[in-house]
Design a protein around this ligand. Structure first.
Ligand code: NAP
Length: 247
């Protein structure tokens, strides 16, 4: 076990696949009870995998752009589980297009899913955390929010927005021992990037000093650290997990 999260209750959005699923599995492997959220029953398979490895988890169906449903989630978890210690705001989408051709509805969808949902969730989760005088909120941003990328103005804006949001909120809640941090992954091998990689035929090895794409487990390890007691003195931080592609 890397970090002991026994007795902690964690909520992970976008837990059906990719990075969110890996985070849910790893938090559970460290002892946390995990609430795995995705649309419909998409997170059921993640929960089955957690239970198979001996952990405790439940699946929740929520569309993070449904503010009313998302807002209600932290309170419902506290009612059922008694507490909420860790929130990983991971659900995200891309709708890539050059700005000249970007449709307003695509811009709105990306901002709503990647940025506004994190606001909604943090606002609802912060109440029980302040009461507990402890808590960890971790937002999954992106290297694209730090360095930009052509064709991704909406995605970059949403991911850079998360960084400013986290730093401001970190200052608001630090006195109650609640920490707010950001993970900025580089290019990670998931459904999200597979399409891009195949389309663009990019030689990633030349852009990534460590010479490979990241794995969802690379990101999950960072999330476990930031969620742990060992990271109690880290807040408002952006942890780059990108193989050195942006320093
Ligand atoms: P992915 O494989 O495409 O998975 C996306 C996850 O987000 C799914 O679980 C999906 O759930 C969920 N989701 C999307 N829209 C949602 C909505 N409206 N309501 C609820 N859940 C929703 O993506 P990923 O690569 O694992 O990415 C996870 C996070 O890491 C994202 O925030 C992404 O921007 C970020 N990131 C990824 C990379 C990368 O290289 N892959 C790099 C940097 C940052 P459903 O099953 O319901 O669709």
């Amino acid at each position: 076990m890397m970090f002991d999260l026994t007795g902690k209750v964690a909520l992970v959005t976008g837990a059906s696949r990719g990075i969110g699923r890996a985070i849910a599995l790893k938090l559970s492997a460290q002892g946390a009870t995990v609430v795995a959220a995705a649309r419909g029953d998409h997170a059921a398979d993640t929960v089955a995998a957690i239970v198979a490895q001996g952990g405790t988890a439940e699946a929740v169906g929520v569309d993070v752009t449904d503010s009313t449903a998302l807002e209600a989630l932290p309170g419902a978890i506290v009612s059922r589980r008694g507490r909420l210690d860790i929130v990983v705001s991971n659900a995200g989408i891309t709708r890539d297009q050059l700005l000249m051709r970007m449709k307003r509805e695509d811009w709105d969808a990306v901002i709503a899913t990647n940025l506004t949902a994190s606001f909604t969730l943090a606002q609802a989760a912060i109440r029980p955390m302040l009461k507990q005088r402890s808590g960890r909120i971790i937002a999954v941003s992106s290297v694209v929010g730090q360095m930009g990328n052509a064709g991704q103005t909406s995605y970059a804006a949403s991911k850079a927005g998360l960084i400013g949001f986290a730093k401001a909120l970190a200052r608001e809640v630090a006195s109650r021992s609640v920490t707010i941090n950001v993970i900025a992954p580089g290019f990670v091998d998931t459904d999200m990037t597979r399409a891009v990689v195949e389309k663009a035929q990019i030689d990633w090895a030349t852009q990534i000093p460590l010479g490979r794409l990241g794995t969802a487990d690379d990101i999950a390890a960072a999330a476990c650290y930031l969620a742990s007691d060992e990271a109690a003195y880290i807040t408002g931080h952006v942890l780059a997990v990108n193989g050195g592609m942006y320093m």
